[in-house]
Design a protein around this ligand. Structure first.
Ligand code: COA
Length: 291
């Protein structure tokens, strides 16, 4: 296909508010449920996030975004990147625009490891760019508990002070897993909160915050932001509003629930990696670190 008709790729960063608005319009046309507007208003678009957008007449036609990540691989911290918001406006598809955006994003990543979480419609798309699929597991454990004690207060991430607190815990605290995880991804977790997709953020102590909620008779603990280890089991009665019989973790629980076992594959993750060799041991990249 001729490329003479392909408009330029613009790199959008934290200070490019006009282009950010165009990017938000693009996202709402390509992804029905997801929005970046509130997240931008919250000031969460920082230097780690760059959108590589094909722009024509101030409109974003296609895009591939890059989030710089402090990845943890078997305990080792490595700078890597996570792709997100990859797409093309429906009327513009088939012109090679997403390819141009992907190539710009990947050029920015250089030789560093890159990962992304896809969806079932694009499983043959990412392999064209050197990505390979990788399995993600779900960890759970039987655990009976009943509510007791003062419920742990819920924190509201629309409060800038709460966002700053989460950023500090995520940057400086214990990573929830070191098998395959990351540090410093509070702006990803806050994106879920800004869209109303995250489970409640509960404050156990000043230095221990947990995204968790009960569904059926299972407590889902999606993430733990803490400065030091603590006894998660002892806190469970204050995190639940009805009896539970099991717990499911949004991350590899080698630190927080080592007895948990793999209850299946995470069939909704669709992880793809490039320049990254992961362990064959079961693992789950923290769900609130997926872009
Ligand atoms: C998938 C999507 C990004 C493709 O955009 P596009 O601009 O039409 O893609 P391009 O024209 O640049 O195609 C690039 C290449 O991928 C191929 N391709 C396009 N869509 C594909 C798909 N869904 N699956 C597999 N291959 C695909 C093209 O044939 C082309 O191949 P080639 O360059 O080797 O000839 C677009 O359909 C889209 O926005 N989908 C909805 C949003 C979405 O699901 N995004 C992924 C989020 S993880």
């Amino acid at each position: 296909m001729s490329t003479h008709s392909i408009p330029p790729v613009i790199e959008i960063g934290p200070r490019d508010t006009a282009y950010q608005a165009a990017f938000c319009d693009y996202v709402s046309q390509v992804f029905r449920r997801a929005s970046f507007r509130r997240w931008c208003e919250w000031g969460e678009w920082d230097d780690a996030y760059r959108a590589f957008s094909v722009v024509e007449d101030s409109r974003v036609l296609a895009n591939a975004s890059v989030m710089r990540m402090r990845l943890l691989l078997e305990g080792r911290e490595v700078t890597g990147f996570q792709l997100g918001a990859v797409g093309c406006l429906p009327a513009q598809r088939g012109r090679g625009l997403a390819r141009v955006a992907m190539e710009a994003a990947l050029a920015f990543c250089g030789e560093a490891p890159v990962l992304l979480f896809a969806n079932p419609t694009v499983l043959q798309f990412y392999p064209r760019f050197g990505f390979v699929p990788w399995r993600q597991d779900v960890f759970s454990a039987p655990h009976e508990a009943v509510p007791a004690g003062t419920p742990a207060p819920t924190l509201d991430l629309s409060d800038a002070g709460v966002r700053a607190g989460l950023a500090a815990l995520s940057d400086e605290g214990l990573p929830v897993t070191e098998r395959f995880g990351a540090r410093g991804y509070s702006t990803i977790a806050s994106w879920y909160a800004a869209n109303g997709f995250s489970r409640p953020l509960r404050r156990l102590t000043e230095d221990a915050w947990v995204f968790a909620g009960v569904e059926g008779d299972t407590l889902y603990v999606d993430d733990i932001f803490a400065r030091a280890p603590f006894d998660l089991r002892a806190w469970i009665p204050r995190l639940i509003d009805r009896p539970i019989r099991s717990i499911q973790l949004g991350f590899t629980p080698e630190r927080w629930w080592p007895e948990a076992s793999v209850s299946g594959e995470d069939t909704e993750a669709y992880l793809f990696v490039r320049g990254l060799t992961l362990s064959r041991e079961p693992h789950r990249f923290p769900v609130l670190a997926h872009t």
